[in-house]
Each structure stands twice: as structure tokens, then as C-alpha cells.
Write a new protein. Structure first.
Length: 232
């Protein structure tokens, strides 16, 4: 392990120790260093991996750190999400998950920098370590009042992907999370709701009512009924 990688590894552990140490390091030149690494064409894969992990530790925790500390990194998220390293991709997924887990105003600032086709591809994949944060990102984004964003995700066949996920035994741990995402999508444009009925997703959700918390399923059905009554 190179000196820079060792240094980043040490800093990541210090950041994860407490909110106080996180905030102190946010006031240093650490973010500039990370930005330089991400922008460098000569940075090695292990160095990008270490930097991605440290960055993910900086954006998490409650209370959330100031968003303006990270806005310059937003344009880099798509390239990091498609970087040729599973470790960097996973850390980037968690980074976006933490960033979108704030409020709709923050989500609106982020949506133009999120690679939604890549997210849907991840959710349709087999690595539960990546599917988990990808689901949370989509669920968080679908809480926005911007129906165009929800429609954009819907047009990527997300309902089909989530339906398949609910049928997979190897993804059973994520079924409750998938129900939550569906409940948020149900609040979207009318065409989203129409496909809920066409795919008989509500019947599929009912099958999980015994084993899962009912709140997301009931919420999903409630929004669907309301929307179907008021939609033309």
C-alpha cells in the first residue's frame, strides 16, 4: 500500500470515529486533496478506491455536514459510478445515498448528476451490496415533487426491475426496501400508476403483507387508490 493510500485509510478511520472529527477534517484541505485525486488521470485504482471510501465517510452522519462542502464533487459522481472498480462504485453508491437522504431540495440539486440508467442496471444485478444503496437512492429521489424526475426513472423500466427483485429469493433481505421504493413511485405520474395495475404489482405486494411491515404496502396502495380516483 502506497503512502497516500495508507494516509487516506487512516483518515477514513478517524472520520468514522465521531461527528466531531468528521467536522474538523472537513475544515482542512482534505476535500481539495480528494478532488485532485478524482480529477487526476494518473491516479491509480487503489488510490481512487481509498479516496472514494473516505469521501463516503465525510458525507454521512447526523447532523448532516453542510451540502456546499460537496457541490463541486457533483459533476464527478457519474464518472465515479462507472469507474472500473467495484469498491469505488460501491462507495459512490453509498455517497449518493447519504446525500439524497436529506430533503427534496437537496435531491433537486443532485438529480442532474446521477446516472439513473446505471442505478437501474445495478438494481437488476446480483450484488446485494450494491443493490442496497442503489434502491435507497431511487427511493429518496422518488420523494421529490418533481414528477419529471420520477417519470425519467419510470421510463427506465424500474417497475419491471423491482417486480423481478420481489420475486427473487436471493434478494429477500431487500424486499421491504423495494416495497418502500414502490410506495414512492406510486406518487408519481399517472402512467406509473397505470403500470402498477397492468403488472398486478399490488397483488404481488399483498403476498408480502404477512412477512413484511405493512406500512409501505398500505402507503403504496393508498396513494394508488387516491391517484386512480383523481386521474383522468
Amino acid at each position: 500500500m502506497e503512502v497516500k493510500e495508507k494516509g487516506l485509510f487512516a483518515l477514513g478511520n478517524i472520520i468514522a470515529d465521531s461527528i466531531e472529527t468528521r467536522d474538523k477534517l472537513l475544515d482542512t484541505s482534505l476535500l481539495e486533496t480528494l478532488y485532485s485525486i478524482f480529477c487526476s488521470m494518473e491516479a491509480s485504482k487503489p488510490l481512487i478506491d481509498s479516496a472514494s471510501w473516505v469521501f463516503s465517510t465525510l458525507v454521512q452522519g447526523k447532523p448532516s455536514p453542510p451540502l456546499d462542502k460537496f457541490t463541486k464533487f457533483f459533476p464527478l459522481l457519474k464518472s465515479l459510478l462507472n469507474f472500473q472498480s467495484k469498491s469505488a462504485v460501491n462507495d459512490t453508491l453509498w455517497t449518493i445515498s447519504y446525500l439524497t437522504d436529506r430533503n427534496t431540495e437537496v435531491v433537486d440539486k443532485l438529480v442532474d448528476f446521477i446516472d439513473f440508467p446505471a442505478l437501474v442496471k445495478v438494481i437488476a444485478g446480483d450484488d446485494i451490496r450494491d443493490v442496497t444503496p442503489a434502491l435507497r437512492i431511487v427511493g429518496n429521489v422518488c420523494t421529490t415533487d418533481n414528477e419529471e424526475v420520477v417519470k425519467k426513472i419510470y421510463q427506465l423500466h424500474i417497475l419491471e426491475v423491482l417486480q423481478q427483485l420481489l420475486l427473487r429469493e436471493d434478494m429477500k433481505k431487500l424486499h421491504k426496501e423495494a416495497c418502500w421504493v414502490l410506495s414512492n413511485i406510486a406518487m408519481g405520474p399517472p402512467e406509473c400508476l397505470a403500470e402498477f395495475f397492468e403488472r398486478k404489482i399490488f397483488g404481488l405486494l399483498a403476498n408480502y403483507a404477512i412477512n413484511l411491515s405493512l406500512i409501505h404496502i398500505c402507503r403504496c396502495r393508498r396513494y394508488a387508490v387516491c391517484r386512480s380516483r383523481w386521474s383522468p
